[in-house]
Design a protein around this ligand. Structure first.
Ligand code: AMP
Length: 419
């Protein structure tokens, strides 16, 4: 608990004194990482997307600056000022409870409307007037249908656990609700993962959003951090260089499903300026030895390999194993990641998972006995569509947007030169 001699660690955000008092009473000794990142952005009025799960302190990360805004900015028009959508009743009730805790020294009125309980008392509360509403989509639509509330005065909209909303089939409901919100507002979207549908929704919903992300959770396997990067398959060739850049690739082993894909990927990565070696069954023994030697001696930063070629491979100091394609079996996964974290060295194992590979990934997770964290690359545009579009990269009427030609069109060796 913060005392007079220890300054309140939330004070530096410039939060209202009544909120600081509540936080101190609740025993919060320091902001959590998501709070560190998100509070200043929300205070500055920015739109924010966040990859963070419940349990990270997310509610205060958006709740405290929202409450501060309501306290510091006079209401321009009577009516609801903040709407928070949550996929489940339990989560909605939990958010309401936390917000009431943070607002305990203020007169801000907070209510929650969820299904499965009588609608009458909720209607009464809504009609009396509230400032912040936490709701599940279905029951909110019922109230909107009965004209129990309107969004004319709405200033802030929070969409929580967006990926779960998607899984639960709430996206059409959400779109109907969003259609009724005023265009001028501050918007926040939180999602543990950013599947393409959510990226698309975020694009249409937020204006120049800032992204906040809470670091990956450590996986139980000693020394190895496993993470899954959900991504549409056509964006894998773009995501991989972004990941390699993020991790400052030094000694990375990348697996592909087939020899052909290994060659294609190696060619593509070479163009991004990385030094690449490749080994697979179709390469001569001399080529393989040279590739491996170069990798061992640090001449190449990335070794692209197929499963077979990598069996028994023992290279010290591999920092990361990246599965460009999901391994065919749980055994292959274990073998692949066994290439890293040797001799207690720290190593990470990342897997790029396209929607059509999710089932395979689940089998691997079942084998490991736990679900791996889904993560996203900050600032990566997951919404780039696969269909035809031309970019500078593909100036000569080739196929897919942004995706380097060499990867998709193996037979087209050379791009026509630009004159
Ligand atoms: P949430 O992720 O918002 O559901 O919060 C998870 C739990 O962490 C809740 O019980 C919060 O009261 C608590 N919590 C949030 N922020 C802090 C903090 N800065 N210090 C300690 N506990 C916190």
């Amino acid at each position: 608990m913060t005392t007079k001699s220890t300054p309140n660690p939330f004070a530096r955000f410039g939060l209202d004194e009544r909120l600081l008092r509540a936080v101190a009473e609740m025993g919060y000794e320091r902001p959590t990482p998501i709070q560190e990142q998100a509070i200043p952005l929300v205070m500055a009025g920015k739109d924010v997307t966040g990859s963070a799960q419940t349990g990270t302190g997310k509610t205060a990360a958006f709740g405290l600056p929202i409450l501060h805004k309501l306290l510091s900015e006079p209401q321009k028009q009577r009516g609801l000022r903040v709407l928070i959508l949550s996929p489940t009743r339990e989560l909605a009730a939990q958010i309401e409870e936390s917000l009431k805790d943070y607002a305990r020294h203020t007169k801000i009125k907070i209510a929650c409307v969820i299904g499965g309980v009588a609608i009458g008392p909720q209607t009464k509360k809504l009609r009396e007037g509230i400032d912040i509403l936490v709701a599940t989509p279905g029951r909110l639509l019922d109230h909107l249908g009965q004209r129990n509330l309107s969004f004319g005065a709405l200033e802030v909209f929070v969409l929580d656990e967006a990926d779960r909303m998607l899984d639960m089939g709430f996206l059409p409901d959400i779109r109907r609700i969003i259609a009724q919100l005023p265009a001028k507002r501050q918007t926040m979207l939180f999602s543990a993962t950013i599947p393409p549908e959510i990226a698309k929704l975020a694009n249409s919903l937020l204006k120049q959003p800032e992204h906040v992300q809470v670091g990956r959770q450590a996986a139980p396997a000693v020394g190895i951090t496993h993470a899954v990067y959900p991504v549409p398959s056509h964006l894998k060739p773009l995501l991989l260089p972004a990941i390699l850049r993020d991790i400052g690739a030094r000694s990375v082993l990348v697996f592909t499903r087939t020899k052909r894909r290994a060659d294609k990927l190696a060619r593509h990565l070479t163009k991004t300026g990385l030094r690449i070696a490749v080994i697979h069954g179709d390469r001569s023994q001399n080529q393989r030895t040279a590739a491996l030697d170069g990798f061992k001696r640090g001449k190449s930063e990335v070794l692209v390999a197929t499963d077979l070629a990598a069996r028994g491979l023992d290279v010290e100091g591999i920092t990361h194993v990246i599965n460009f394609d999901v391994p065919g079996s749980p055994d292959d996964y274990v073998h692949r990641i066994g290439r890293t974290a040797r001799a207690d060295a720290l190593g990470d194992a990342f897997t790029l998972v396209a929607p059509e590979e999710e089932m395979q990934m689940r089998q691997i997770e079942a084998h490991l006995g736990h679900v791996l964290p889904r993560v996203a690359v900050r600032d990566f545009d997951y919404s780039v569509p696969a269909p035809e579009k031309k970019t500078g990269l593909e100036r000569a009427s080739t196929s897919r947007v942004n995706v380097p030609t060499s990867f998709h069109m193996s037979r087209r060796r050379k791009l026509p030169r630009k004159r």
